[in-house]
Design a protein around this ligand. Structure first.
Ligand code: C5P
Length: 297
């Protein structure tokens, strides 16, 4: 009952940005007996993302809005509600009713971790709201998806294992980038199972990066091993890559299992000009200029 909830508690909303995850390099190094692939991936987080807000309420509710909100289920299959349920199951004495609002700005099933990042932001927001102190968040996150632990980390990192072995990287340079998605969802399980040939090669040792130039030099010795399989399943990924290449960037690559592709530029100004040109040429595509380094709100 609304009357039974303390008014001050009702005013307290925790809002977190769920940033886009960008796999700057993604090598597949093996396969586990359960079918999951072993990875070696260099990951940064963008300063753009979805937004998850959680407010104490008399009963549970969930609302989805934003440019990609309609493409997403608002039922218990949504990773946000799976995250809420998993945390509540682990801390049943803490899980008071909560109204959750997801503002969906990132395209669905697009290789930039939208769902995983939403789940991670939900776990973080609810631990604050429910007063939970735990070092089990990554383990709880892993039950929701292989990318959730890295999204909980939220800073430049190397991910190994199936994505859950995380090594943070200090002092990553500012990377001006453009993200492009031509609109077709890609299925992560389908991309992994279409992977016919693996070269099982780990990433080269990480140098100390001090500039965009250093990062691109390093990335030139790496790849996204999922690209060919993803492009075969979704040929429109090739169109996004081609469009990005036409803007004269330092590097173009697909993130995760696709289909979002990114390009890296020498300056924010170049990235913004490239994004403006791509938006004019392809008004129906998701095109955004961004950089690494998230801003939480
Ligand atoms: O863990 P998550 O639900 O995000 O993974 C979706 C699917 O992607 C898995 O069921 C698996 O088929 C594939 N996958 C994989 N190796 C990984 C991550 C995901 O094969 N490291």
């Amino acid at each position: 009952m609304l009357d039974s909830v303390e008014p001050r508690a009702l005013e307290r909303t925790i809002s977190l940005i769920a940033p886009a995850k960008i796999n700057l390099a993604l090598h597949v190094t093996g396969r586990r007996d359960d079918g999951y692939h072993l990875l070696d991936s260099l990951v940064v987080f963008a300063h753009i993302g979805d937004k998850v807000s959680a407010t104490p309420a008399p009963f549970d509710s969930f609302e989805v809005s934003g440019p990609f909100g309609r493409a997403l289920p608002d039922d218990e299959t949504n990773l946000v509600l799976k995250a809420r349920n998993a945390l509540r199951a682990r801390f049943p004495e803490k899980g008071a009713p909560v109204a959750i609002h997801l503002e969906k700005h990132l395209p669905i099933a697009s290789g930039i971790g939208g769902g995983s990042s939403d789940a991670a932001a939900t776990l973080r927001a609810l631990t604050v709201l429910w007063g939970i102190e735990t070092n089990e968040l990554a383990a709880i996150g892993l039950t929701l998806g292989a990318d959730v632990p890295m999204c909980l980390y939220g800073q430049p990192l190397i991910a190994r294992g199936i994505g859950e072995e995380i090594e943070g990287i200090d002092g990553f340079p500012h990377l001006p980038m453009v993200l492009v998605n031509s609109g077709l969802a890609t299925s992560t399980p389908q991309v992994f199972s279409a992977l016919v040939k693996r070269d099982n090669q780990s990433l080269p040792a990480l140098p100390n990066f001090s500039s965009v130039h250093d990062v691109c030099l390093y990335l030139g010795q790496t790849d996204n091993h999922l690209f060919s399989a993803a492009e075969k399943l979704t040929p429109a990924i090739g169109d996004a890559m081609k469009a990005l290449r036409s803007t004269d960037p330092r590097l173009v690559r697909m993130s995760g299992s696709g289909g979002t592709c990114f390009a890296i530029y020498g300056s924010d100004h170049e990235a913004e000009a490239a994004a403006a040109a791509l938006k004019r040429a392809q008004p129906g595509w998701f095109v955004v200029a961004t950089h690494n380094g998230m801003e939480r709100s």
